[in-house]
Write a protein that binds this ligand. Structure first.
Ligand SMILES: N[C@@H](CCC(=O)N[C@@H](CS)C(=O)NCC(=O)O)C(=O)O
Length: 213
């Protein structure tokens, strides 16, 4: 199996965590979308990372790749069998991918770290501060209210936790974390999720890549 995509992408990280939780071996091509390989272009019709190859089968999109991996390697299950819990896990995946990502990945991480470093684009601090101070706090409060136990849904890790946890790594790399005094459950939850063996080495690698302590 081969994964195409650069490590700092939250969507690439999501798939890497799914692969790690399922203990699956894979190769990775560190594809950046501004310098795509010819092979990548043929398997990602929208030009987005991640893309994936399993023998002669190819797929694009982190949600689709994760769903495929669940079907071919069902254990440990990352999608609940209970219908409502299954839908709730998908909801948190959606909340991460289309709710958090445009704020954390684009207005904060790309704006502050990737743009200035790799694209020579200037850091827009006003955009960053508005995201941090106005747009994220209600989202933190929402997640705080949803956390009833160790995981967002049921009693085990789901695709919802992996998706949310992946976006929050980019927030960490941007130098921001939810204040534990205001959002204690969320802060503790993220600490737990990010210290899992599937997440921890990826976070250490990302920090090293950007020279973050
Ligand atoms: N829904 C997609 C989103 C992937 C995505 O937006 N990836 C970003 C990098 S973090 C990308 O490839 N952006 C380049 C573009 O949209 O052209 C997924 O889950 O894989």
């Amino acid at each position: 199996m081969k994964l195409f995509g650069a490590n700092p992408s939250p969507f690439v990280r999501k798939v890497k965590v799914v692969l790690a939780e399922k203990n699956l071996q894979f190769e990775q091509e560190q594809t950046f979308t501004f310098a795509p390989s010819a092979e990548f272009k043929t398997i990602s019709p929208l030009g987005r990372i991640p893309a994936f190859q399993d023998g002669d089968k190819t797929l694009a999109d982190s949600s689709i790749i994760s769903a495929y991996l669940e079907r071919i390697h069902p254990q440990p299950a990352l999608y609940p069998s209970d219908p409502y819990n299954y839908a709730r896990a998908l909801w948190f995946e959606e909340y991460a991918d289309s709710g958090l990502a445009p704020i954390i990945a684009t207005k904060m991480f790309f704006n502050k770290i990737v743009g200035p470093l790799m694209m020579k684009s200037p850091f827009d601090e006003a955009l960053f501060r508005k995201a941090e101070q106005e747009e994220l706090p209600p989202m933190f409060s929402y997640l705080e209210g949803e956390l009833k136990g160790d995981f967002l849904v049921g009693n085990s890790l789901t695709i919802g936790d992996i998706s949310i946890g992946s976006q929050f790594v980019n927030l960490l790399l941007s130098g921001v974390s939810p204040d534990a005094a205001k959002w204690p459950k969320l802060a503790a939850y993220l600490g737990r999720i990010h210290s899992r063996p599937s997440f921890k080495p990826l976070i250490e690698g990302d920090k090293k890549m950007f020279g973050i302590k």
